[in-house]
Design a protein around this ligand. Structure first.
Ligand code: ARG
Length: 590
């Protein structure tokens, strides 16, 4: 909602309140649902309530309406405001439709790829996401976290925050030891060529399977873990070399997905500082050390807090043999981040929902230990991805669906769809369409769903040119493009739009969706909810399809044509901005 009159109107209200001794309460404005006109509303209940509290004998609701009624007369002559109402304590302002439309379209075309962005908040936010494990495959479960985290970064940045994109690959732990064991035993000397991550996953799966088949091999594994723990140079060197392979595989995958990071943390680096924190917790009596009795080190959080009911349960923070656990490392990592970025306003972890208790415990233990940063940490959780046929996504079983395969299949399928739809595309065009549409088809379903609900991914829905899917939205963008091309004008040459004709309902609908984009960006950022953007991108595309059917552009008479061309350009820009927040691009033709 573009509300340029706000300062003028607030000044008038303020002057009136001062003059009449009405308490000055900051006004909150909310857009009104479209009712033939665009409008915005605020209320005077807070002012009336403040009067009542100060001892004046007033009935709040009545008094709010009284103030609204008086203020109404003060603001009815503001240019651009068509109608003012005072209803039940609310002040409703309605804009002149033509003025409003022009203002919106002009704003979009002037702000271009910044349309919808928020003013700088001065807040730095770290979002940790993706966090694949080295020496393992990258499967579709990681894919959701990667796409979700990337989109959240884009949205929060656009909304006005300063972002730190962080990754935390699991580069040490039992899974790595298993891999090293399997490599030494069955693949010694081999090196990966293409599809590195896939190969790493295969070596892991084979090792895991052999270990499962023969429990006697467990002793081998323990021995290898002990060698790692003593930093046996041979093992350390092998680990370093093979870890690099995984990281190179991830780098290639992130490039293919158009995802980037500012900082990498590794859990191998957090082992030592984590153990130190554990020692400190034991010394201070926060953690219980039962290692001498063959037990582990743990924190009975509820007991420490004196809670009667079970809430945080007990967290194990060190193994009985003194080796670091996942939790040991997370204690250190949380603090490490604030050492690197002392001004972080928030430290967000995008991790699947199964780890909710883990993060609640880690943040609570740090809080108990007196680290105020813990209160700035939060876990944004997401549910897993379900594939038709219920393919199990575990790297222990052979049946994982790997990112490499998904990406290839997406591109192949997108290419087939695109050439069916438009046989006149050149080879080069087909290639770029396949890339953009394939990637969109993978990303959109991961984002167009509540984070906490399971995503069911299937190709038919993902590549639907007529339903709520990326290709449909990309196609709307391409149509805008082709109208503008056909018209043969350069939008930047056109005068600011005058919409001095009566707008068609389909036109109003489209304008309405465009005008909501900035507030949806804010909502998506505040609620960590890319779904809000995925939805409005679709709504704009759908409204555009309605406009396309009902409103001639190139054929319309001159004044209407020019105004509509600018509206089409504004639609194209808003679609492109929305898609960018989802990490999706639109091809120029398709
Ligand atoms: N690598 C872990 C996994 O695949 C996720 C790490 C999440 N981040 C963290 N700080 N623990 O389960």
């Amino acid at each position: 909602m573009i509300f340029t009159e706000q300062p003028a109107i607030e000044a008038k209200i303020k002057a009136y309140c001062e003059e009449h001794g009405i308490p000055l309460i900051p006004l909150e404005w909310k857009p009104l649902p479209f009712s033939g006109k665009w409008g915005i509303s605020t209320s005077f209940f807070a002012a009336a309530a403040a009067e009542a509290r100060s001892g004046k004998n007033v009935v709040v609701a009545q008094r709010a309406q009284e103030i609204a009624g008086q203020v109404k007369n003060m603001v009815s002559d503001v240019p651009g405001i068509r109608l003012v109402e005072a209803v039940k304590g609310y002040l409703n302002l309605f804009f002149d439709t033509q003025v409003y439309t022009r203002r919106l379209v002009d704003a979009v075309l002037e702000q271009k790829d910044r349309f919808g962005s928020g003013p700088a908040t001065g807040q730095r936010v770290m979002i940790e996401f993706s966090q694949p494990n080295t020496h393992k495959a990258f499967h579709v479960g990681h894919l959701r976290g990667t796409i979700l985290g990337d989109s959240l970064c884009r949205i929060l940045e656009f909304a006005g925050h300063e972002l730190v994109r962080a990754n935390y690959p699991g580069d040490m732990g039992l899974h790595v030891i298993k891999w090293l064991w399997g490599y030494l035993k069955f693949h010694n000397g081999e090196e990966p060529a293409t599809d590195i991550t896939k190969w790493m996953g295969e070596v892991y799966a084979e090792a895991a399977q052999r270990l499962e088949e023969d429990p006697d091999l467990e002793a081998d594994l323990r021995a290898l873990y002990a060698r790692w723990d003593q930093r046996d140079p041979e093992i350390v060197a092998l680990w370093e070399r093979t870890r690099k392979w995984s990281l190179e595989g991830f780098r290639q995958m992130y490039a293919a997905l158009d995802v980037r990071f500012d900082v990498y943390y590794f859990n191998s680096q957090e082992e030592k500082p984590g153990k130190e924190i554990v020692e400190e917790l034991i010394r201070r009596g926060i953690a219980t050390d039962e290692r001498s009795q063959g037990g582990a080190v743990f924190v009975k959080i509820d007991e420490v807090l004196g809670l009667k009911k079970e809430q945080f349960h007990t967290a194990v923070i060190l193994r009985s043999d003194g080796t670091a656990l996942y939790a040991t490392e997370d204690l250190a990592l949380a603090l490490h981040k604030f050492r690197d970025y002392p001004d972080l306003a928030r430290s967000v972890y995008v991790v699947d929902v199964r780890q909710s208790l883990h993060f609640t415990q880690i943040f609570k233990i740090l809080e108990i230990a007196g680290h105020p940063q813990a209160q700035k940490c939060s876990h944004v959780s997401y549910e897993l991805v379900n594939l038709p046929g219920n393919v199990v996504m575990s790297s222990r079983e052979g049946t994982v669906v790997l990112l490499e395969d998904l990406l290839r299949e997406a591109t192949t399928r997108a290419r087939a769809e695109a050439s069916k739809k438009n046989p006149s595309l050149t080879e080069a065009q087909l290639e770029s369409v396949a890339k953009a549409v394939g990637l969109g088809a993978l990303k959109y379903p991961m984002l167009a769903r509540e984070n906490t609900k399971m995503v069911t991914f299937d190709w038919q829905t993902a590549l639907d040119f007529n339903g709520q899917a990326a290709p449909y939205i990309q196609y709307a963008y391409v149509r805008c493009n082709s109208i503008l091309r056909k018209a043969g004008v350069d939008i930047s040459d056109l005068q600011p739009s005058t919409f001095n004709y009566s707008l068609e309902p389909a036109e109003v609908e489209l304008i309405d969706w465009l005008s909501r984009f900035p507030s949806e960006v804010q909502r998506a950022a505040a609620e960590y909810k890319p779904l809000a953007i995925a939805s409005i991108a679709y709504d704009i595309a759908k409204a555009f399809a309605g406009f396309y059917d009902a409103c001639p552009v190139v054929q319309a008479e001159l004044q209407v044509r020019l105004a509509r061309l600018r509206l089409v350009a504004a639609t194209r820009q808003t679609l492109s901005n929305a898609l960018a927040l989802l990490g999706i691009t639109a091809p120029d033709v398709m």
